[in-house]
Design a protein around this ligand. Sequence first.
Ligand SMILES: Cc1ncc(COP(=O)(O)O)c(C=O)c1O
Length: 421
Amino acid sequence: MPLPSPSTPLSDGAAVAATIPSSELHRVFREADERERATGRPVTKLHVGEPYFTPPPEVARALARAAEEGRTTYTDVEGLVELRERLVEKLATENGVDTDASRVFVTPGSCQGLAALMQAVAEPGAEILLPELHWPIHLQQALLAGLRPVFYPLGADYRPDPEAVLAAATPNTRVLLLNSPSNPTGAVLDAERLSALLGTARREGWQIISDEAYEHFVFDGAHVSTASLERDVPVSERIVHTVQTFSKSLAMTGYRLGYLATADERTARAVRIVQEANLIAMATPVQYAGLEALRLGHVVKENRAMVLANRDAALPAVRDAGLMAELPAGGWYAVLDVAPTGLTAEEFSARLLRTRNVAVVPGSGFALLPRLDARGRVLSAEPAPWSRHLIRIAVCGDPGTLRDGVAELLDFARECGGAVR
Ligand SMILES: Cc1ncc(COP(=O)(O)O)c(C=O)c1O
């Protein structure tokens, strides 16, 4: 793909942000809410990635104490030094990642951490490799940072093959985004696969952004932080930036507390500028809540066990019905293939909501292929054709709701006839 020419005229004056598609999830949220208002009956919400477990009370108390005691001034732009030092320890002991507080940044959710990193590594005209089935926010963030998205294929098990990733790249590729465990597929990448991808990235001169939001929700195998694989490489030569969060592990979604560790000092300098410009600093009492949260490893284990129990209660029936090849190895979601019903994902999800009051997200929202103009504005965004039968459901919700929702979904799928078992 040619690099944009600085003399390319602005054709219609539209800002890049104004051309970026909204996440499909928001449409489903709106439709489910409208249906609840119209029918006066609750919708079974299998589209929502919000856990049924709640943040530990100790965390709320730490937040309140910090606010009451007046620990409310700005912190350093990187975040509270005590918290960053504890995060360095956490990354070392839990993830095998060797880092230093000067390269760790506290962020308002890992969402902003990812956006900050993309802005920090973006070069004009550079491309980022995203998985073909991806969290839609990754795509939005890349476009806002001025990175041009290129998609790498996933195998039948939703894992990338390093050769295929390389084949998708171009001379303008600079960044590879990895997300293990994945949203939406739940695929988990093991050390061997990650080493091969890291080797390719090194040889090609790419950087890696490793989104590990669901690190504590690996059910088959173990979570491997990509950066742990380069702990013996000199800091100045490292290429893996790690992004993690409190949102999933401790259900602290609304606290907005995440963090990142840059591979090297140069990227840390760039992230510092992005944080200065976007934040000044992260909310101070929330950072004190984070310090407390880091003491609650036992709660993280309980939360993992709850999602695993949900997965094992709800999904084997979906697999046995022929709507999924294997259970997701991790994460909070599962991707179902409704092709055996003879319906497209759009038809399936619309009819499931209308006739069974169950909301799911069509997979097309996770597989948009934007066409860009030279300045990075989106001219069009069509879903990849192979995504037309995929839907995503969340398995982190209330077990009873999940059981009932999946039972309705399977009953509806069988009613459609086709090849559903
Ligand atoms: C893959 C992935 N990364 C990052 C995030 C961001 O979460 P937060 O900003 O709450 O840390 C999410 C949230 O759904 C996600 O699914």
